[in-house]
Design a protein around this ligand. Structure first.
Ligand code: HEM
Length: 520
């Protein structure tokens, strides 16, 4: 009472006992609320101290995957950061990943959507960014059943084969001319053409495919780059409407270009259909999606034209860079380990033969090449922190409180190099996967998650596996690879929404098959 009387001396304000009681209660509740808000019970995860308002933002290293791994060494496998006003939690161990992606999968099944992503996906209408719910389930089901089913993927083999033969021919020419190639650039074109052929190759005229490809090339790279740029508006939602870095504005411009390309593809498809009639057969993904759109028009969750475009966007942006960079890492590792390269080529020579060409049907008989791919995705997981997840309700993870809407990074890069799980964790040893056959891409082993796990696991695994293994087997079977004078082979990575080599791989393809006919 004496403290209160000092604050409110009798001669200034006279208070009734009732008012005193209200004041005391209010102060007590305020203090309790303050204490409770600052430190929930159980507490938030530990983490490095930040500055007022900006939190830990000024200390972020652009290579987030290695920075987070270092922070885990001092703060433990789960820690928090305040990125502006955004609470962020980073998880770095298999058991914590399993708590989130298995035990509490539904609660953590939303992705945290950056504003640039919203700008390029018709407001977040695609598979990657839709929140977990009826709309997402409908699209996911459609993609699994119609686009990524074994039947559909088999039916598009000729489209993939045509593109791979074309690239082999082009590399053969380069080899004859002793002209080194930028492996990533070649692969990007291959993957983009593979994707475009499957997406709308049956609908868009061949002569138009090339110009669409040229337009797409620039747009895809820029979209992927912009998605990886830290945006002040995401860290301070109050500032979002000012778009201080102009990132959302730029993304809207790319979205407009992309939309025009998609509109043209759809228009051509509709013109072809009205000219040739609809024989009921779907020749590409676009035709599948448009058919479903017509069939499902009256369903509770109809597929709209924007869904169709957003899903196509997902495939071409999500599928191209991830597959390209993965193969580039494999090639760099094998070129720097000639013994392993020899073993991979030996397997191909035994299974395919030197007087033959690789077909997609061979890939199930190439366990060593599969082990090489798995080991590459262990050391260089293409999406090293997964797509950030977000709990829809406050949760407990590792004994700590994780408030609703926290941004969650699952540091797959550090989990897949965890010395408690992996022997010689930083060494490239594909053989480990020959013994550990059960370790696959399904995300059921929480020490190996290159495609994620649970409900939001990558939707395109079946396609990625086919495209990557078929391309890789062809590159290794058809050519020996050397680093030309004046170039270096450097395996250092560069962080981005998709991990890539810091120094692009430049190599010389040397034809190794018995007859030049196998290149034409
Ligand atoms: C090496 C190749 C690839 C890797 C390593 C990869 C990895 C991933 C990862 C880690 C995620 C996020 C999982 C999560 O948030 O928990 C993801 C999501 C996704 N990926 Fe892939 N991906 C690859 C290729 C592809 C391809 C070829 C496609 C399609 C053409 C594709 C389509 C998608 C889609 C649509 C999602 C969102 C799924 C959802 O949120 O429901 N990916 N991918």
């Amino acid at each position: 009472m004496s403290m209160l009387s000092n604050l409110f001396p009798d001669n200034a304000i006279s208070l009734t006992p009732y008012a005193y009681a209200v004041l005391i209660l209010t102060a007590t509740f305020s203090i309790l609320w303050y204490i409770f808000k600052r430190s929930p019970q159980p507490p938030l995860p530990p983490g490095p101290r930040g500055l007022p308002i900006v939190g830990n933002l000024p200390f972020l290293d652009p290579d987030l995957h290695t920075y987070f791994t270092k922070l885990a060494q001092s703060h433990g496998p789960i820690f928090k950061l305040n990125l502006g006003s955004k609470l962020t939690v980073v998880v770095n161990s298999p058991s914590l990943a399993s708590e989130i992606l298995k035990d509490q999968d539904i609660n953590f099944s939303n992705h945290d959507v950056p504003l640039t992503a919203r700008a390029v996906t018709y407001g977040g209408l695609d598979l990657v960014w839709l929140p977990y719910g009826a709309e997402w389930r409908m699209l996911r089901k459609v993609c699994a059943a119609k686009l990524f089913s074994r039947k559909t993927l088999d039916s598009f083999y000729e489209l993939r084969r045509k593109e791979i033969r074309e690239r082999t021919r082009c590399l053969y020419q380069k080899g004859l001319e002793k002209s080194p190639v930028n492996v990533g650039e070649q692969l990007f074109l291959t993957m983009m053409n593979l994707m475009m052929n499957m997406l709308w190759g049956g609908s868009v005229k061949a002569e138009d495919m090339e110009s669409v490809g040229t337009e797409f090339k620039g747009v895809i790279s820029e979209i992927t780059r912009l998605l990886g740029v830290p945006n002040v508006s995401d860290f301070f939602p109050m500032l979002a409407r000012f778009d201080l870095q102009g990132l959302v504005k730029k993304m809207h411009l790319y979205a407009r270009d992309l939309d025009a390309i998609l509109d043209r593809a759809i228009e051509q498809m509709q013109r072809l259909r009205s000219r040739d009639g609809d024989d009921g057969e779907c020749k590409d993904f676009l035709q599948h999606l448009m058919k479903l759109r017509d069939q499902e028009a009256d369903s509770d969750v109809p597929i709209t034209m924007n869904h169709v475009k957003a899903v196509l966007m997902d495939m071409v942006v999500g599928g191209t860079e991830s597959s390209t960079n993965t193969i580039e890492f494999v090639m760099a590792e094998l070129i720097s380990n000639p013994e392993l390269m020899r073993r991979a080529q030996q397997e191909l020579d035994e299974v395919v033969g030197k007087d033959n060409i690789v077909e997609e049907s061979h890939i199930t008989s190439l366990p060593y090449i599969l082990a090489v791919l798995k080991e590459t995705l262990r050391l260089y997981p293409t999406i090293p922190l997964l797509v950030p997840h977000r709990p829809s309700e406050t949760a407990l993870v590792g004994g700590y409180t994780i408030p609703k809407n926290t941004k969650i990074f699952i540091n797959v890069w550090s989990i897949q190099r965890d010395p408690n799980v992996w022997e010689y964790p930083t060494e490239f040893r594909p053989e480990r996967f020959l013994d550990k056959k059960s370790c696959d891409f399904t995300g059921t082993d929480y020490s190996y998650l290159p495609f994620g796990s649970g409900r939001r696991i990558c939707a395109g695994i079946a396609l990625a596996e086919r495209m990557i293994l078929y391309t890789l087997a062809t590159l290794l079977h058809s050519f020996d690879w050397t680093i030309p004078d004046g170039h270096v082979l450097d395996l250092e990575e560069k962080f981005g929404i998709v991990l890539k080599l810091k120094t692009p791989l430049v190599a010389l393809p040397i034809p190794r098959l018995s007859n030049s006919n196998f290149y034409f």
